[in-house]
Ligand binder design. Sequence first.
Ligand code: ADE
Length: 224
Amino acid sequence: MHIDILSVLPELLESPLNHSIMKRAQSKGHLTVAVHPLRKWAVNAYGQIDDYQFGGGAGMVMMCEPLVKAIEELQQEGPYDAIIYMTPDGERLEQKTANRLSLKERLLIICGHYKGIDQRVRDHFVTHEISIGDYVLSGGELAAAVLVDAIGRLLPGVLGDETSALTDSFQDGLLAPPVYTRPADFRGWKVPDILLSGDPKKVDEWRHDQAVKRTEERRPDLLD
Ligand code: ADE
């Protein structure tokens, strides 16, 4: 998969995309990510990419021209399967969104700033609008990093144990069950006997029961 990201603050994306599993995804060749500074397509030598909003009101709006020039230039490398705008008024990011997007080949992510991007870019280019939750960040970069991480770890071959993404919370509509590691007894706090039983069927049943219990307690909305 290839992901292009358009940003006015590309530095914000460097660290999250170049460590741990995202680093591995890229070094193994499963994922390429290119962050493009939007000011490259600024309307003047001052690097202007935003302007006052029509109708008045506080806050700047990201202009059509830099965004459209950038999108059209990047599209020459090949068409996008999705052009995603990160925005708090978008559709809430869920595991199923990440699952669906992980099946695509080429994505473009636009990070908003200030009051957001001119509506005409949304109307004519953007195919998906995604929010990472009901709160407002200073810009779309951290939200884009969350999205790339959620998608990137699902690409085949990225996680060491191929099955581990399948047992994540939400993949089967349930929260994940509790997990334990050695020692089996720490300060008298014991690991549940069943996990030491060596009976994989019983362990699976226990994990499923625990996942249901945890979901009922913490996120009953997921069971509706
Ligand atoms: N940009 C600012 N806030 C955001 C959010 N909650 N989700 C996605 N993009 C954003």
